[in-house]
Design a protein around this ligand. Structure first.
Ligand code: KMH
Ligand code: ZN
Length: 276
């Protein structure tokens, strides 16, 4: 079994800076967080950006500046979110790819998302997947519910393997409206993942309180880990998360305990088919 690929998702699109002052929202805060998380053992940074009012944005200039700054200051694999916020239109989400990331997220279906709906029509999914193929951007297929793995099977059968030839999925578990963040649900997904192309890898993240059960289940099942303040704002009962580094450090400790230490950024690129 390989080491553990650790992704940090430091910001997300859902939490406000006013409610969560430790959330990195400026470019300087994001770069500083990314550097520290890399030093601790993260290999991928999953990026959502904010505007001057700390609101989520898909502004093209900011996205390009963010990719450039992260590439300049770290060796992390820069994965832009094409999911954005639930209010973002499809055109703006597709245009995220124009900012030239090495990786981008690609969600495999529509899901209720708290009070909102995270819309991902089939035609939109095909468009994202084929544009990433054409541009050499490696996708991370985001899975919010079991059936979305079946959608991924159909996508790969009809439209071919992604750039780099390797399939990597991320199980986003415990979203209100999606699959639960439990070991049972992870095992059910793992069974379907085995029917995807040979060598397919997966990471998992549990939203909120499901963070730890999902980490334990994923690392035990040979999966990888995504952590960060996009997904988890409570470290333990009654104790707020202080920083993304705190969450990465806990994931690194768990990976080491499981004798699957964190992959370096070079090892992660090799695994995922992301060019150096
Ligand atoms: N913010 C969610 C609506 C992704 O980054 O691709 C979508 C999301 C998934 O976070
Ligand atoms: Zn995201």
């Amino acid at each position: 079994m390989t080491g553990t690929l650790i992704t940090v998702a430091p910001t997300g699109a859902e939490s406000s800076k006013a409610a969560v002052p430790a959330l990195p929202v400026t470019l300087d805060e994001l770069v500083a967080t990314a550097k520290e998380c890399e030093a601790l053992g993260a290999a991928i940074v999953h990026v959502h950006i904010r505007d001057d009012a700390a609101e989520p944005t898909l502004d093209q200039g900011r996205l390009r500046a963010t990719v450039a700054a992260l590439r300049e200051s770290t060796d992390l694999i820069v994965q832009l979110s094409s999911g954005g916020a639930v209010t973002d239109p499809e055109a703006a989400r597709l245009a995220v790819l124009d900012a030239g990331p090495e990786m981008a997220s690609c969600t495999m279906g529509t899901v209720n998302f708290g009070d909102g709906v995270f819309l991902n029509r089939w035609e939109f999914i095909v468009d994202l997947h084929t544009r990433m193929q054409e541009r050499g951007i490696v996708p991370e297929y985001e899975i919010f519910d079991l059936g979305q793995l079946t959608t991924l099977q159909v996508l790969l059968d009809r439209h071919g393997l992604p750039a780099g030839g390797h399939v990597h999925v991320d199980l986003v578990m415990g979203v209100p409206g999606g699959m639960p963040g439990t070991a049972d649900a992870l095992v059910a997904c793992h069974r379907v993942i085995r029917d995807l192309p040979a060598g397919t890898t997966f990471s998992a993240t549990g939203i909120g309180r499901s963070s730890i059960p999902v980490m334990l289940a994923s690392v035990s099942a040979g999966g990888h880990l995504r952590v960060g303040m996009e997904d988890t704002l409570t470290y333990a009962k009654g104790r707020a998360v202080e920083s993304n580094m705190q969450l990465v450090a806990r994931a690194v400790g768990l990976a080491q305990l499981a004798q699957r230490p964190p992959l370096t950024t070079a090892e992660a690129r090799d695994l995922l088919g992301v060019p150096v």
